[in-house]
Design a protein around this ligand. Structure first.
Ligand SMILES: Cc1ncc(COP(=O)(O)O)c(C=O)c1O
Ligand SMILES: N[C@H](C=O)CCC(=O)O
Length: 435
């Protein structure tokens, strides 16, 4: 393995730190949790990323999920080229927004009406406001280690970059907002029941990642999602599945289709734009009709339903809708990766934990099962950092934090999976030998 040079990335990072807080436009990108300097990307195609120093990497993040078909997919490029001569933004309704709404409603089983926004954060903030307006209640329940974007209500026991950088309860969130967010350990139905009993008639919504990607990958235990559904139905609480990561990925209809549990509202994100900035929230008609101008709950966006993002997203979602084999392929290749990693751990006499659902998985540097935030936090973060850097040196680009998940694209071939597994073995071996 020859040492990779990174002088261009390094120079860019030095410049960026003078100009941008921490040198990055989203905190997890800064590599703070794993040490070293972030790699600045120049281009990407299929399964590969290329940095400013012309190093090549196999990408296991795929822009945190949306690149299900790999980078710079030709058919998405064509769709974007087709709209560009007409306008980049109208600030008026367009045909593609209607087609997008029809497609989302046909693919995601519980959505009857949908509103486009510009990010996952906007989607979750809006969904909570609508749930509050609809129920006339103030409080929400969220789960420790789940991340729902950077809206104030969610930055309490938050996962992803917030825990990576040690600020799960961010300064700047007022006491009042914090008081209206009740946090509960993931997979603990009894705690949910107790919280609901302790605040009778006060809970507007329970928001959850039905499969968590933001404390590493954590799987809902049998009966947990069903139990939440039951409580919400009984107490007239709006159940919101945040499917920003899982939507259109774990199945055409997301985690709700895969687990057979229907929420009242769903939030969606980056995947709908095929990589362009987009989000959406949708759900039961009676709830969505509370949104302005149909109803009194205000929510708006100058660039919402942007034609370029709609064209890219429609093309990708239509393809997914019409090609079941995409999902079969993603399952098979991800199973191969996870199975191979487990074999590598066995060969090396290591027994770290790997969690997987479909094409999302993560390795935790702990021997204990990881079922919630507390167990995820038992991982050895120093070992994760070493592992990350060994993989990077071998040309594998992973999420730069223990509290994130890997996302597989259809561009990962059998041959690339073998390369990944070789790098995985060597990296684990290097860690073992250094202890
Ligand atoms: C589950 C979940 N919800 C919401 C968000 C926020 O989305 P965005 O970063 O597009 O604002 C993310 C990712 O960042 C996410 O993973
Ligand atoms: N976990 C986050 C979204 O998926 C990571 C991306 C980010 O915050 O930049």
């Amino acid at each position: 393995m020859s040492e990779r040079t990174n002088s261009s990335s390094l120079k860019l990072f030095q410049r960026a730190q003078e100009l941008i807080p921490g040198g990055v436009n989203s905190p997890v990108r800064a590599f703070k949790a794993v040490g070293g300097n972030p790699v600045f990307m120049k281009s990407a195609k299929g399964a590969f990323l290329y940095d400013e120093d012309d190093n090549e990497y196999i990408d296991l993040i795929n822009s945190w999920g949306p690149m299900i078909l790999g980078h710079a997919c030709e058919m998405v490029q064509e769709a974007v080229k087709e709209v560009l001569p007409h306008s980049f933004s109208y600030g008026a309704p367009t045909r593609r927004e209607v087609e997008m709404a029809e497609l989302i409603i046909s693919m995601v089983p519980s959505i009857e009406k949908v509103r486009m926004v510009n990010s996952g954060t906007e989607a979750t903030m809006s969904a909570i406001r609508v749930a509050r307006g609809f129920t006339g209640r103030d409080k929400i329940i969220k789960f420790e280690g789940c991340y729902h974007g950077h809206g104030d209500s969610f930055l309490i026991s938050a996962g992803s970059g917030a825990v990576t950088l040690g600020v799960p309860d961010s300064p700047g969130v007022t006491k009042g907002v914090a008081q209206d967010t009740i946090t509960i350990p993931y997979n603990n139905l009894e705690a949910v029941k107790q919280a609901v009993e302790a605040a009778p008639g006060q809970i507007a919504a329970i928001i959850i990642e039905p499969v968590v990607g933001n404390m590493g990958l954590v799987v809902p235990v049998a009966g947990f999602l069903e139990g939440l559904r039951e409580i919400c139905t009984k107490e007239n609480i709006v159940l919101i599945f945040d499917e920003v990561m899982t939507g259109f990925r774990l199945a055409k209809g997301g985690a709700q289709e895969r687990f057979g549990v229907m929420p009242d509202m769903t939030t969606l994100g980056k995947i709908i734009g095929g990589g362009f900035p987009v989000g959406a929230y949708g759900g039961r008609k009676d709830i969505m009709d509370a949104v302005a101008p149909a109803g009194p709950v205000y929510q708006a966006g100058t660039l919402s339903g942007n034609p370029v993002a709609m064209a890219a997203g429609l093309t990708m979602l239509r393809y997914l809708n019409e090609h079941d084999e995409v999902y079969a392929y993603l399952e098979n290749i991800s199973d191969k990766l996870v199975h191979g990693m487990r074999e590598n751990l066995d060969k090396l006499g290591l027994n770290y934990t790997i969690n997987q659902v479909g094409s999302m998985f993560s390795i935790f540097f702990t021997r204990q099962p990881v079922t919630d935030f507390d167990s995820a936090k038992k991982s050895d973060l120093k070992l994760f950092g070493q592992y990350f850097n060994h993989m990077l040196q071998r040309g594998i680009y992973l999420a730069p934090s223990q509290f994130e998940t890997l996302f597989i694209s259809t561009a990962i071939t059998d041959e690339l999976a073998d390369k990944y597994l070789k790098a995985n073995f060597e990296s684990l071996q290097a860690i073992k030998n250094s202890r």
